[in-house]
Design a protein around this ligand. Sequence first.
Ligand SMILES: *[C@@H]1O[C@H](CO)[C@@H](O)[C@H](O)[C@H]1NC(C)=O
Ligand SMILES: *[C@@H]1O[C@H](CO)[C@@H](O)[C@H](O)[C@H]1NC(C)=O
Ligand SMILES: *[C@@H]1O[C@H](CO)[C@@H](O)[C@H](O)[C@H]1NC(C)=O
Ligand SMILES: *[C@@H]1O[C@H](CO)[C@@H](O)[C@H](O)[C@H]1NC(C)=O
Ligand SMILES: *[C@@H]1O[C@H](CO)[C@@H](O)[C@H](O)[C@H]1NC(C)=O
Ligand SMILES: *[C@@H]1O[C@H](CO)[C@@H](O)[C@H](O)[C@H]1NC(C)=O
Length: 513
Amino acid sequence: MSILIDDHRQKYIYVLHEFMQRFYGIIWPPRPNIKRGLPTITALLFFLLVAVFVSSFWINTYKFSIVNSINKHQEPPSIIIPSNCTTENYRNQTQNYPIQTIHGLNLSIPKPICPDYFRWIHEDLKPWKVTGITRDMVERAKPTAHFRLVIVDGKVYIDKYKKSIQTRDVFTIWGILQLLRHYPGRLPDLELMFDCDDLPVVRSRDYERGQPNVVVVPPPLFRYCGDRFTLDIVFPDWSFWGWAEINIKPWEGLLKEIKEGNNRSKWLDREPYAYWKGNPYVSTTRQDLLKCNVSDKHDWNARLYVQDWILESQQGFNQSNLANQCTHRYKIYIEGYAWSVSEKYILACDSMSLLVNTHFHDFFTRYLQPVKHYWPIRDDDKCKSIKFAVDWGNSHRQKAHEIGKAASDFIQEELKMDYVYDYMFHLLNEYAKLLKFKPMVPENGGAVEISSETMASMAADGSEKKFMMESLVKSPSVTSPCTMPPPYEPKILSDFYRNKLNVIKQVQKWENI
Ligand SMILES: *[C@@H]1O[C@H](CO)[C@@H](O)[C@H](O)[C@H]1NC(C)=O
Ligand SMILES: *[C@@H]1O[C@H](CO)[C@@H](O)[C@H](O)[C@H]1NC(C)=O
Ligand SMILES: *[C@@H]1O[C@H](CO)[C@@H](O)[C@H](O)[C@H]1NC(C)=O
Ligand SMILES: *[C@@H]1O[C@H](CO)[C@@H](O)[C@H](O)[C@H]1NC(C)=O
Ligand SMILES: *[C@@H]1O[C@H](CO)[C@@H](O)[C@H](O)[C@H]1NC(C)=O
Ligand SMILES: *[C@@H]1O[C@H](CO)[C@@H](O)[C@H](O)[C@H]1NC(C)=O
């Protein structure tokens, strides 16, 4: 389970990952409707470079797996969670706890309705609403899954199929374990397949009725993002519990730091330009964005920087603290290979977010509305569009600040960690209601029970261990989950999307005047 890697190797994995993303992005366009650049000479050079990296990586990995197998026979590392806090102890103390007696909980106080983005849980599970979910459907999701998660009697079992990128799987499973500590004894038994890669894979057109010889019901597959053409079920990504490789701290603490940062740096005092810092090599659209940087010839009001993760990791990430990046009035969000975890950090700054036309969604972003929470930027003429947005904002300062504030309030209030747990709770609960079979621990011996202490004791020293300790749920929630809102009426939902498109078109018209 754990990825016992030293910092040096993490760095290489990171580089490799970024190169691979670029490599796939060029030779393997996954969907016809997304424009991707044609292979160029540069791409071929990259290919060679990647080949060199891959071979050196495999040598490293090979050496490493030997080291790992030797380590397995050594003394297990000491458990670092205080012993009075072990999972068994915790479970004994909290499971079957009469909910009414948990301190401070008053059941006659109506629970608040969950934020509106929870309504998309109904949309994501719609394909199985009539048929339910059979074991066969779950098994059909296995080919791309990184692991099967089984919850039986409040215990978590993992059947791991393949290694994920970095520590995505580790922190995702860690997050689910924390959910069980947050709401002990309240999660139903279930089995699900989880794919930790970026791109959604369950294409809706493969499951359309009326096609001969096709299975009509899609496999339920959990992952971090989706798009209009796919049916993957979206789930909060690993970064809510920390992204160890690039030192992004767990969400709960980071959200507080960003709030304090926003308080220190008032909107009007910020630089009146659009800021972006990131890795441009993961997609052609990001490289295209760099053309909008300020130069001797043009000022498109954009200030763009390349994130050099290697250098930053050598310098202890002292330049990449997200809480210190709310220094400009406008912040650009642009997708990478798929959705990017950076979106929540960008929206959390009080600055007005400029969203370059998005193709992917994660669990909360479908709710965001143009000109209310962000300013839409077209992706076919980015520079002009950014310049227009910044000029508009600087001449409508109050409005621009309101847009920035609407997004940061939404993130601070409705995307706080309690609601992330509530989202996971409701999604898993609604999913489990659809299961037509009794979830069971797989008998082939592949599945292992996993708990917070086993994970923490296997975690690599450094950020991985530190972030786990920081995001460990220390006591059960004193309140019940929020109340699940009903599904959208289909008409309301289609009006919502139409309205969104109309607003975006309206902004484009203003740009052209
Ligand atoms: C757990 O044990 C530590 C050290 O013995 C103690 O400081 C802490 O208060 C204990 N926590 C609980 C919840 O009992
Ligand atoms: C937890 O409860 C079980 C059954 O009641 C018991 O056998 C076990 O010893 C308890 N564990 C701890 C750490 O208290
Ligand atoms: C619970 O809340 C209700 C409504 O606010 C109140 O009337 C009642 O006294 C509370 N009960 C307790 C035990 O605090
Ligand atoms: C924001 O700053 C004000 C005074 O400058 C202070 O009273 C308030 O507590 C701060 N709020 C936060 C969240 O830091
Ligand atoms: C963009 O321009 C600024 C200011 O000249 C410069 O510091 C920065 O390195 C440039 N970014 C890129 C990606 O070239
Ligand atoms: C970050 O660390 C590097 C090397 O330790 C140092 O040279 C640089 O000045 C530091 N930057 C800041 C802003 O502290």
